[in-house]
Design a protein around this ligand. Sequence first.
Ligand code: UDP
Ligand code: MG
Length: 325
Amino acid sequence: MNKPLLTIAVPCCNEEEVLQETSNQLLRVLTSLIKDNLIQPDSKILFIDDGSRDHTWALIEALVKKSTYLTGLKLTRNFGHQNALLAGLQVAGKHSDCIITIDADLQDDIQVIRTFVERYQEGYDIVYGVRRSRQTDSFFKRNTAQGFYRFMTKLGIKMVYNHADFRLLSKKALKELSRYGEQNMFLRGIIPLLGLTSTEVQYDRKERMAGETKYPLKKMLSFAFNGITSFSIVPIRLIMTVGIMAFFLSSLFGVYALFAKFFGHTDSGWTSIMISLWFLGGLLLISVGLIGEYIGKIYEETKHRPRFSVENDLFSSAFKERKVP
Ligand code: UDP
Ligand code: MG
């Protein structure tokens, strides 16, 4: 049977309150998989510290000292969730047959990690964890998330419904993913683009164990907006469509206005001028803003800045040490 070298990658940003518990639970799963001969004995759990300002890194270092299954990667500053994931995938990808990514807050059901591995052994390159219910999310988050998925699908962006960043990627998937060099890595949108064999595993999403969400409304909106503008130019086309429609309507209105002027139905015109002025002014500002957003994206991409920088890589150094005779 195909017994992979597995790495479980966990991005952590100010997670000192949950990390100990997360580590205990993940360790239990990992060791039971090793015991049942499903994965290689040198499989690892990799905590990625994404510029935490609390004691997360100190805690990770302490954990790493206690168990050889645990290891850590410290980024030089906060690069954001998606880049922290990417850092984990790139660093661990060199020494793993497959990687499972999971959030640090134990919202995802770690028991399905076993099912992920089984699916991998059946030959799937990508296994998506999909939330069966969103009962623990607020009414608002549930509905906005649903709206977001629908909107993305309408724009022609293939996304797995109710799937966050809890997934398994095979070596092949990692290799393909590494060819995507965009600054704005919206993994949920990119991974379905790889076109590799994939399957879904359902689970129930729980409440955050402790600590606070790092995705308050403002960040969530910007995440969604980034997802849209990184993947689709439909919004820009929409501007054009609205522009054409406005032009057409205003031509009709022009004809009516001339007709009214010459045949005696003129009024002071204040209302119509004000309405069209504000309406068009608003529309123009939105349009310019939207185009600016895309130009900003182009600007960011052309700089080719690194998407993350590593300060301390305990994962690779552990592998190097082992190679020394
Ligand atoms: N996270 C990160 N960098 C950030 C923000 C978040 O590495 O800048 C991590 C965080 O520690 C957690 C995961 O990303 O493990 C998801 O964040 P969170 O649980 O706050 O998001 P939510 O589940 O509320 O959407
Ligand atoms: Mg969470």
